[in-house]
Design a protein around this ligand. Structure first.
Ligand code: GLU
Length: 469
């Protein structure tokens, strides 16, 4: 049997990390078993669903590389099919029209709460044999006897007594289907045989199983993924920082670092921390997913991101970095050194691509001013002489390459009887604007002759102006 899983987001916001992890687990499970992965957009809530959110979900999935084999299917395109199934359930006596008004239901609810009973529909219209009438909803006739047993692939066996369940609404008074009905019809029609979703849906599962049985089919397998908590133990939300997948891109994370972080959130394989996507596919199993909630740890994600920045193919990192450079108005193809070389020079010191982009601006763009502290510390009266000395030697050099550049810095220190730092640091501030950069030979090689010479000249003038005041 071909395994088929799905991700079924409601397009009422961005793709958040909880949804992304559910999608990842479903995707991995399908890939592992040579199965298929379906994307379904659950947009039946017309008021809250937006095209913008659909786009954000598709963008997030694409950025993470979670490609789907089927879909995206839109529930709003399938209303006729849901209507047919609702009619089928009515015809076979498994559903009925309910006339109970909102006031009536509110009163019932209050009464039940006052009696310390679980609020539930009392089945008033269940056997009334009502016909269709304006304002009527349609309810599913839930069995009253027996238990529903779920052999959850993550949580284990869950048993729910049918007498605990009431007759849920499957069609609203305007005829539109409710979530439980449309999900059941879709999972059935799309041939989904393993439903992997958040455990906030666990209460819906026995109801969905009952509807499927009424339709004469055996339900799929279910795996309910526990939720993600913030460091304070509350459900992960915006208040804990970034929760949207695309915000992680904006903050300088590599997609594979986020995937790696998400897969480890509630799943483990020994004490291995770093997994390539192929390893995830080979090793992932739902049975190894922890049944209880996991806590999101930003520090750990940052650590992983740095590992990926340091150890991935620099050209791949450069591909993602170039987006961040573009955000800063820099076109690395046009304006300066090969971005892959910049990655190699910067990767040890930058935990995110945002840090790397910021720390690499000066390779591409001239700066207006020097870092104040760095200039104060390194541009002293007389530093212009050191820079002039360097300028002369750099101007005379034939091959602009690291070793020769480094030698010039060494020679200058010796000739002027200065410690190396008293030459290299002013030079660094002169050409980078800050006191932090890769080693001076690499920095100068990447900057190239023109930028280096012009910036040294500019710094000489800056120092002269400063001390002649
Ligand atoms: N559309 C539902 C949600 O976004 C998921 C439904 C399901 O996975 O069954 O929470």
């Amino acid at each position: 049997m071909t395994i088929k899983t799905r991700f079924a987001p409601s397009p009422t916001g961005y793709l958040h990390v909880g949804g992304a992890r559910t999608a990842l687990f479903s995707w991995l499970y399908a890939r592992k078993h040579g199965g298929r992965f379906v994307l379904r957009i659950e947009d039946t809530d017309l008021e809250r669903s937006t095209q913008e959110s659909v786009n954000a979900i598709l963008e997030g999935m694409a950025w993470l590389g979670l490609e789907y084999d089927e879909g995206p299917f839109y529930q709003t395109h399938r209303f006729d099919r849901y209507k047919d199934i609702i009619q089928q359930l009515l015809d076979q006596g498994d559903a009925y029209y309910c006339y109970c008004s909102k006031d009536e239901l509110d009163a019932l609810r209050e009464q039940q709460i006052a009696n310390k009973e679980k609020p539930r529909y009392n089945g008033k219209c269940r056997d009334a044999g009502h016909a269709l009438k304006e304002g009527a909803v349609i309810r599913f006739k839930n069995p009253t006897q027996g238990d529903v047993v779920i052999d959850d692939l993550i949580k284990g066996k869950i048993v729910v007594a049918n007498k605990e369940l009431d007759d849920l609404i499957i069609a609203r008074s305007d005829g539109s289907p409710t979530y439980n009905l449309s999900v059941v019809v879709d999972d059935l029609d799309m041939g989904v045989n393993v439903v992997i979703r958040g455990d906030d849906h666990i209460n819906n599962t026995p109801r969905q199983i009952n509807i499927l049985r009424a339709l004469g089919v055996e339900p799929p397998k279910y795996a309910h993924v526990p939720m993600i908590l913030g460091a304070d133990g509350a459900r992960l939300s915006k208040r804990h920082g970034a929760v949207s997948v695309m915000q992680y891109r904006d903050e300088g994370f590599l997609p594979e670092a986020l995937l790696n972080y998400l897969v480890r959130l509630g799943w483990s394989h020994g004490d291995q921390e770093i997994f390539t996507v192929d390893e995830m596919i080979a090793l992932f199993d739902l049975e190894d997913v922890n049944g209880s909630a996991s806590t999101f740890n930003n520090e750990k994600l940052l650590w992983l991101n740095h590992q990926y920045i340091m150890n991935s193919d620099p050209a791949h990192v450069a591909h993602h970095l170039s987006w961040h450079m573009g955000e800063r108005g820099i076109d690395p193809g046009q304006q300066g050194p090969d971005l892959t070389e910049v990655v190699k020079a910067q990767r040890e010191r930058c935990k995110t691509l945002v840090e790397m982009a910021e720390a690499s601006r000066y390779f591409y763009l001239d700066f207006e001013s020097y870092d104040e502290k760095a200039a104060k510390k390194n541009f002293k009266a007389g530093t212009d002489e050191v820079l002039r000395h360097l300028l002369e030697k750099f101007s005379a050099i034939e091959q602009w390459e690291g070793e020769a550049l480094h030698q010039i810095v060494l020679d200058t220190a010796e000739e002027l009887d200065l410690k190396l730092g008293k030459v290299a640091q002013p030079l660094r501030v002169a050409v980078c604007g800050t006191a932090v950069s890769p080693s001076i030979d690499i920095t100068l090689s990447l900057l190239g002759r023109d930028k280096t010479l012009t910036r040294i000249e500019k710094a000489i003038k800056f120092i002269q102006d400063k001390y002649s005041e």
